[in-house]
Design a protein around this ligand. Structure first.
Ligand SMILES: [Zn+2]
Length: 603
């Protein structure tokens, strides 16, 4: 067996945000060893060219310098040498992000892909990593949180760790700092949450709720092979949100207000959002970290890898994340329906759903979803939101057409058995063929219309089959995210059709909806708002100014575009019915109520 690669990483200069990383290769390629840093991070489908953060790099053998040539944007080639070869790199780390690397005098965080060079051709070799404390006096109280297997490191301490190969090495993010740790047990498997950035919250409550959530998910698809630990790695910021899945952990970011305060009973909207994030990343344990598209086995981290299946791995995960909040008993049915109503609202407000299929959205994630501009809402659709609604529609269709004998749960269980347990990648039409074979239903039309086509999902009728009513109304104001009935009569609220945002003290139109009154009048994203009918117009007073008008009224809007004053006559339209809320159907018969209970509570 090949000798393990010996990696080390040290926060060399926290004030300058520099990590030093070394890798000792016992048996370098006799022709000269090549090294490579990934261009993208699994789970985040955008070329990031992480090698751009390398500020210095050199190689040595036996204390002597070895020539090292840069051969591409992310690759290096060392000259041939007879003995073990060491690569030494300094990496700039000042990107506080769940998929980045960050170091300052208060803490450090890194995703392995950002800091560890791969030994080209020897990616299968075991990796040992020595995670060292800062060389300076900074960090005396720092602890380390990672899901990597310790070799000789004490719990939550610096020391040596081990990964089976390079792919695993970069699948264990690491946090170092004054971290707050909560531990809990899920079906006999040790779990922990390591929090940096906030101490004043109810850790016991978080551990209790995560236990319920994780238990119900493990009960669904079962304990994966080699799944013997799990770590939620959380950075709390004043304003932040995001997550990235890994095989034994997830890196999460949330806002201070998202965590529950002590002695507060109910789950508020912010904490519900946090639990939804944890639920999402945990579901990825199965769906994308173990079961994944054939095109990702193995990952090709030097270039884009296109698949039409991202909606299956992100959309279906986004469907189950909130569903497990209700299935695990953390939120009541009504709370889940509110979240679902908000997701439907987001999709209804995206006209790009008529331009791009969900398969195209998946395929083009690299250049479209991850590189959005002011017009994206008019031209693309999210494989997360629309993907989750396709999952919902597929679930309802299967339940209804199979007379309650099958559901999407059965399809996912079979997918897991075929592609998750085996490690065999899912082919591009894999979900579709399993859905057909498991249920015996002819679903080609469903996939043609909703996955390979842009037809709107018939959610009103489908939800009715499980005793849920779908209602549509106009938005109350620009902050109305849907999910709830309007608390006042909306009358004939007018439609302008553009967003107005304040950034750096300037109020500019942001998204201008396709075919909206604003677009027809000539208003463009980036226009600086000046006045409406002679009154100053700002992001803060936009809703109030519009409230004085009715559909059919014409208003004069003045804007600056590139320092030119422009005047637009906008004929206000009728507010679209694009805001959704759901309610339990009180007239539903027993059969529908039973089906609803099977859907929401698996019973
Ligand atoms: Zn995800």
């Amino acid at each position: 067996m090949a000798t393990a690669h010996q990696y080390s990483i040290v926060p060399k200069d926290p004030a300058a945000h520099l990590f030093e990383v070394t890798v000792l290769v016992a048996s370098p390629d006799e022709q000269g060893q090549a090294f490579e840093i990934p261009a993208w991070i699994p789970g985040s489908y955008m070329i990031r060219d992480l090698a751009r953060h390398v500020v210095a790099i050199r190689a040595e053998s036996d204390g002597l310098n070895i020539e090292l040539d840069k051969t591409g944007k992310s690759t290096w080639q060392a000259a041939a040498c007879s003995g073990p070869l060491t690569l030494i790199a300094e990496i700039y780390a000042f990107d506080l992000n769940v998929r980045g690397a960050y170091l300052d005098m208060s803490h450090g965080f890194f995703d392995g892909a950002c800091v560890f060079p791969a030994v080209t051709g020897q990616e299968h070799v075991t990796c040992h990593v020595n995670i060292l404390p800062p060389a300076t006096t900074v960090g005396a109280d720092w602890r380390v949180a990672t899901s990597m297997r310790p070799l000789d490191a004490d719990r939550y301490d610096f020391g040596r760790f081990e990964a089976d190969d390079y792919a695993e090495l970069i699948d264990h993010p690491v946090e170092m700092g004054d971290i707050h740790i909560g531990e809990f047990d899920v079906s006999g498997i040790p779990h922990a949450i390591a929090v940096f950035g906030e101490m004043h919250f109810d850790m016991a409550r978080v551990c209790h709720d995560l236990t319920k959530l994780c238990e119900s998910q493990i009960g669904f698809l079962g304990r994966p092979k080699n799944f013997d630990r799990y770590l939620f790695l959380l950075t709390v910021r004043e304003n932040g949100y995001g997550g990235l899945e890994h095989r034994w952990s997830s890196s999460l970011m949330c806002s201070r207000q998202d965590l529950p305060r002590r002695d507060v009973g109910a789950i508020n909207e912010e904490y519900r959002k946090f639990l939804g994030l944890c639920s999402h990343e945990y579901f990825h344990l199965w769906n994308v970290k173990r079961m994944k598209p054939e095109r990702f086995t193995p990952y090709q981290l030097h270039q884009e890898t296109h698949t039409g299946l991202l909606w299956v791995f992100e959309g279906i995960t986004a469907y189950y994340d909130d569903l497990f909040l209700v299935r695990s008993g953390l939120v009541p049915d009504e709370s889940y329906l509110e979240l679902l109503g908000q997701t439907i609202t987001r999709v209804l407000r995206t006209r790009g759903r008529f331009r791009q299929t969900i398969e195209e959205s998946s395929f083009d994630a690299w250049t479209k979803f991850y590189k959005q501009d002011a017009n994206s809402s008019n031209t693309i659709i999210s494989y997360y939101t629309k993907g989750s609604l396709i999952a919902l529609a597929l679930d309802m269709t299967i339940r209804y057409e199979s007379q309650g004998n099958y559901s999407l749960d059965d399809v996912m269980k079979e997918c897991w058995e075929q592609y998750g347990e085996t490690g065999k990648g899912m082919p591009e039409r894999g979900l579709e063929s399993i859905a057909r074979s498991v249920t015996g239903l002819e679903l080609a039309d469903f996939f043609d219309r909703f996955v390979r086509g842009t037809a709107d999902l018939p959610l009103t009728g489908l939800l009715k089959t499980v005793g849920v009513n779908l209602h549509l109304r106009a938005a109350k104001d620009s902050r109305d995210a849907g999910g709830k009935p309007a608390d006042s009569d909306l009358g004939s609220r007018p439609w302008f059709g553009a967003g107005l945002m304040n950034g750096n003290g300037v109020d500019r139109f942001s998204l201008v909806h396709a075919k909206s009154p604003a677009e027809k009048a000539g208003i463009s994203p980036g226009d600086e708002a000046v006045a409406i009918d002679g009154l100053r117009l700002t992001a803060a007073n936009f809703d109030t100014r519009l409230r004085d008008h009715r559909a059919g009224d014409s208003v004069t809007v003045t804007v600056f575009r590139d320092h030119n004053l422009m005047r637009h006559r906008v004929r206000l339209g009728k507010a679209p019915q694009d805001t959704c809320y759901l309610s339990l159907d009180s007239a539903a018969d027993g059969a529908r109520e039973k089906e609803r209970s099977k859907w929401l509570h698996s019973e």
